[in-house]
Design a protein around this ligand. Structure first.
Ligand SMILES: Cc1ncc(C[n+]2csc(CCOP(=O)(O)OP(=O)(O)O)c2C)c(N)n1
Ligand SMILES: [Mg+2]
Length: 317
């Protein structure tokens, strides 16, 4: 991989981190209403996987999707404006945190229903085969989704019909306050996909290059052979399930252990050690991103809300 690509991956992870920190701050100031599920700690998954895609491929996420939207190149201004509920938001302020859509970037949500994106991804894979193109679909969801019926229906169909869908399960060890081992009959999630005869693998979700490698392999096969794949990325969210989570179900020690594996700090250390990133680069990227985030907040804050008539637009009836 080119030096410049690695620097860009570092930049994108830091963009997500800074964006999410600011979003949390804006929530406490009352600027963001409704739910807010932060992606802090999981940045390597979105950036490692999405950076391997072509612009004409499809991405679909769950409700912890701000990071995926940003990694897909959705304008941070429009993501922030969506959180603020403004008309300039990616979903015109009607979706909020859980429902970011950007058709121009083939980013198709943002879904509040756990597991809801999985059958949709199968449908998108079916459309790709029907049109005979070599695009792929990348579908992100949490460990909580694997206990939903939709998981089984979707995996069965992508395998049976050879659909070019890459399922990426972000196993952050918890679904709300429930640890995986308390909810899953066996906790190695990738093994559950094997009963549908899918290619599966488990990857270190705190290692952006490991995620990128797994994505490259999966995409190559999906494009050429229409072969679906299921990847479990083991990761951790540093913050609560949502901003309203008191977090009583995990210990400070556990969180501290995972913070030592911070994906951004790890990657920065590697890039500094091999001479890819200099102290000046780091400083320049920090300053640039602080500006980007500041502009996103100013844009969101100064944008208008959608007029009431707008509620009747973009609605199927
Ligand atoms: C079908 C459905 N059931 C229950 C919920 C309530 N709910 C919201 S988030 C969540 C936990 C999901 O955890 P996971 O998939 O691991 O995602 P994470 O929050 O860890 O990113 C649940 C049960 C829901 N949104 N949809
Ligand atoms: Mg989870």
């Amino acid at each position: 991989m080119e030096k410049q690509d690695k620097i860009e991956m570092y930049r994108q992870m830091l963009l997500i981190r800074k964006f999410e920190e600011k979003a949390g701050e804006m929530y406490t100031q009352g600027k963001v209403g409704g739910f807010l599920h932060l992606y802090i700690g999981q940045e390597a998954v979105a950036v490692g996987f999405i950076s391997a895609l072509r612009p004409d491929d499809y991405v679909i996420g769950a409700y912890r999707e701000h990071g995926q939207a940003l990694a897909r190149g959705v304008d941070p201004k429009r993501v922030m404006a969506e959180l603020f509920g403004k008309s300039t938001g990616v979903s015109r302020g009607k979706g909020g945190s859980m429902h970011m859509f950007d058709v121009e970037r083939n980013f198709l949500g943002g879904h509040g229903i756990v597991g809801g994106g999985m059958p949709l991804a199968a449908g998108m894979g079916f459309a790709i085969n029907y049109r005979e193109t070599d695009q792929v679909v990348m579908c992100f969801f949490g460990d909580g989704a694997v206990n939903e019926g939709a998981f089984h229906e979707a995996l069965n169909l992508v395998s049976l019909w050879n659909l070019p869908v890459i399922y990426v399960c972000e196993n952050n060890l918890y679904g709300m306050g429930t640890a995986v081992y308390r909810a899953s009959s066996f906790p190695e999630i990738f093994r559950r996909a094997q009963c549908y005869d899918l290619d599966t693998e488990s990857v270190d979700g705190m290692d952006v290059l490991a995620c990128r490698d797994a994505a490259d392999r999966a995409i190559r096969r999906a494009r050429k052979e229409k072969s679906p794949r299921f990847i479990e990325a083991i990761t951790y969210r540093f913050r609560g399930h949502s901003v309203a989570d008191p977090g009583t179900y995990r210990t400070k020690e556990e969180i501290g252990e995972w913070r030592k594996k911070d994906p951004i700090e790890q990657f920065r250390g590697q890039l500094e050690a091999d001479g890819t990133l200099t102290a000046e680069d780091i400083q320049r990227i920090e300053e640039e991103l602080d500006r980007v985030i500041q502009e996103a907040v100013e844009f969101a804050d100064s944008s208008e809300e959608l007029p009431v008539e707008g509620l009747y637009e973009d609605v199927y009836a």
